[in-house]
Write a protein that binds this ligand. Structure first.
Ligand code: TRP
Length: 333
């Protein structure tokens, strides 16, 4: 394991995960197993940036998310699954890093700017919200990760992480590698309404949905608006259901495309077929999930073991950091 490069991936706990989370992140995480050393962080402190008033769901959401990680095939023997707030060293490194970044630099971060705009936080943004990319830098650098799998929106945070690493190294000596973003090859899967799949939009299919729920949800999916009746010719290239077929039912794609265009295949049948394929695709995940749900002790053990393994790495890095900065340790009196 020692010679493999290291990946740190993180996700805010949002409860049960959906198909977009799978195609956008998890699928890559699973494929990276064995090729890299993988650390998977549950970014629970990051949730506080936007909802510090209500913390009662964070733990439950974290557990549901971890169960989905395990259900899709993250192997806790190979990969380290751990909870950010359980490795307190992140907070210490965050504090130290916060001295190396200017406020205007944080205010220029396009992803944070967009969030502030969307949530109308202009003159009420918290210090912690503005600074969360610095916490993220600590998350990444404390494991001295080489790569960070992210979508486009997170690239500015990795860029900041690199700047912080350079600044630290030049001031106190070489402690950190400069990590690189690993852009997820996004087959960006749209939600049922054709917009970005997101829980807040109510357009998701969950990895844990049962076949009946999948049928019901797929029935509501948008298709080609010009295809109204069975006999109408369709345009698969603008159809959400067709996008799903490409991902989850590739074998039948040529036939579906042809028959849709010819108007032989109606949307009702096409959707029913997709729902069946999707239910089959998700069946092993659902099975693994229900197995885990009946073994809470196993889940607890996996988290505790992951926390221990993460903590060991984080402690080693913090020792190097304190030595380099000559603070936080006893020096000669
Ligand atoms: N900021 C990320 C998000 O909102 C979550 C995150 C926290 C993260 N720490 C990380 C992602 C470290 C990658 C690496 O999705």
């Amino acid at each position: 394991m020692a010679e493999l490069k290291r990946i740190l991936s993180g996700m805010r706990p949002s409860g049960k995960l959906h198909l977009g989370n799978y195609t956008g992140a998890l699928e890559n995480w699973v494929q990276n197993q064995g090729k890299f050393q993988n650390f998977h962080l549950v970014a629970d402190w990051h949730v506080l940036t936007t909802s510090a008033e209500n913390t009662s769901q964070i733990w439950k959401d974290s557990i549901e998310m971890i169960i989905d990680w395990l259900a899709v095939g993250i192997d806790p023997e190979k990969s380290v699954i751990f909870v950010q707030s359980h490795v307190k060293e992140h907070a210490e490194l965050f504090l130290l890093f916060s001295m190396l970044v200017t406020v205007p630099r944080l205010q220029r971060n396009p992803t944070v700017k967009e969030q502030i705009r969307e949530l109308h936080l202009e003159d009420r943004v918290s210090f912690g919200h503005l600074g969360y990319p610095v916490l993220q830098a600590a998350d990444i650098l404390i494991y001295r990760a080489h790569f960070v799998p992210v979508g486009e929106d997170q690239v500015p945070h990795v860029e900041l992480t690199r700047e912080i690493a350079r600044k630290f190294n030049s001031l106190y000596g070489d402690v950190f590698p400069e990590p690189r973003p690993m852009l997820t090859v996004f087959s960006r899967l749209p939600g049922l309404d054709g917009n970005k799949m997101s829980k807040s939009k109510g357009n998701t299919i969950l990895l844990s949905d049962d076949p009946e729920t999948i049928q019901k949800k797929i029935r509501t999916a948008v298709t080609d608006p010009q295809k109204i009746r069975m006999g109408d010719a369709g345009h698969p290239d603008i159809c959400t259901v067709f996008t799903y077929h490409k991902k989850f039912n590739p074998a039948e794609v040529p036939e579906i495309e042809e028959n849709c265009k010819k108007g032989i295949l109606g949307c009702v049948a096409c959707k029913k077929n997709l729902a069946n394929k999707l239910a089959d695709y998700l069946a092993p995940f659902r099975e693994k999930r229900s197995e885990l749900e009946q073994n809470r002790k196993r889940i607890r053990d996996i988290i505790e073991d992951g926390n221990d393994r993460a903590r060991k790495e984080a402690r080693e890095t913090m020792e190097a950091v304190r030595d380099a900065m000559k603070i936080g340790i006893m020096l000669d009196v």
